[in-house]
Design a protein around this ligand. Structure first.
Ligand SMILES: [Mn+2]
Length: 343
């Protein structure tokens, strides 16, 4: 269901001269693709646009700046002049903006474009539809209203080159959030938009290759531990808890653990996968990634644990001082998933 009105965001975008776009923490291909598409379009229309990320862009997405002609600047902690408009992209809650939240709040006008069903309404102007497979799907619909992909009716400043750049970034967002158009969030509209984007952007097969097929050496080393250590607390639930030492031994960082929760969920007969790993900096804090099939809504479970996300892909944090405490927290989570499957 659509929340908010396209006109309201369009008005803000048209009025602003200096625009700040903020993808969520640990920005993925949808958050960055959506920012890149919007930035490329707005820049071509004459706006000054900055995309500020929390961390450097992860290696598998390093093609994006070149694809859309937009730089993604990691935040450097330096004071920045307030922006006319700040837009939170693909971010379901204010804490998803991390250390950039004060910059968002300092902007004269604020907006949010997102597709997460369970989230916090933290912006005065929101454009959100939980039926969009990706925020990038919403970005297409927004930009189409602003003159993108209108053929000969497009605005004079919108060159074919810019349209190509925008389309490539949108396509990347779609590929990322739909598992190459395989997830249950894909609709007929998703395919129509992907088709339009493919039409304008040209061959995009490298995107799924980079995002889904290429695995780091560290990830590959880590897989040994993953398969050895995962277990089934229930026949239809798969759990994996990695320690920092195990990740270090494989030379793995957080980006190397992408996709592990899907591996758990995809085992025959499993309805839900629970992947737990230590927070990269805070000791006693664990990041949980939940994946499910159509039998259980993990967004609800994540929410009960203070997190959020989508029906089939969600996340939350656990807090535990030692190994025993973590085991009991994981058991509590397993119980919640168990109860969710039973419903
Ligand atoms: Mn997304």
């Amino acid at each position: 269901m659509l929340t908010g009105r396209f006109e309201d965001i369009i008005k803000l975008l048209e009025q602003a001269e200096r625009v700040l776009l903020l993808p969520h923490l640990h920005a993925d291909g949808d958050a960055l693709g959506s920012c890149g598409a919007l930035a490329a379009f707005l820049k071509a229309s004459g706006k000054e646009v900055t995309v500020l990320t929390e961390e450097p862009v992860e290696p598998k997405l390093d093609f994006l700046p070149g694809l859309c002609g937009v730089e993604f600047l990691p935040m450097e902690g330096t004071a920045q002049a307030p922006y006319d408009l700040a837009v939170a992209i693909d971010s379901s809650a204010p804490d998803r903006l991390g250390a950039r939240l004060p910059l968002y709040e300092a902007a004269t006008a604020r907006a949010r474009i997102d597709h997460h069903a369970a989230g916090t309404d933290f912006s005065p102007v929101t454009l959100l539809d939980n039926e969009w497979s990706a925020t990038a799907e919403g970005i297409y619909l927004l930009l189409h209203r602003m003159g993108f992909d209108r053929g000969v009716d497009r605005p004079g400043w919108l060159t074919a080159e810019v349209e190509k750049a925008v389309a490539g970034a949108i396509y990347t967002g779609l590929v990322t959030d739909t598992g190459c158009f395989a997830f249950s969030n894909v609709t007929a509209q998703t395919h129509l938009i992907a088709s339009r984007a493919r039409m304008l952007a040209g061959n995009m097969s490298f995107v799924s290759h980079r995002v889904y097929e290429v695995r780091s050496r560290a990830y590959t080393r880590l897989m040994r531990t993953v398969y050895e250590k995962m277990y089934y607390p229930q026949p239809d639930i798969a759990v994996l808890c990695l320690t920092r030492a195990e990740m270090d031994a494989a030379g793995a960082t957080d980006v190397d653990t992408d996709g592990i929760s899907n591996i758990l969920r995809d085992i025959e007969g499993v309805h839900a996968g629970i992947f737990v790993k230590p927070d990269r900096t805070e000791s006693g804090v664990y990041r949980v990634s939940l994946r499910s099939d159509e039998y259980v809504n993990v967004a609800l479970i994540a929410k009960a644990f203070g997190g959020g996300g989508h029906v089939c892909a969600a996340g939350c944090s656990l807090f535990a001082a030692d190994e025993a405490a973590l085991a009991s927290e994981v058991a509590r989570l397993v119980d919640a998933v168990r109860a969710g499957i039973a419903q």
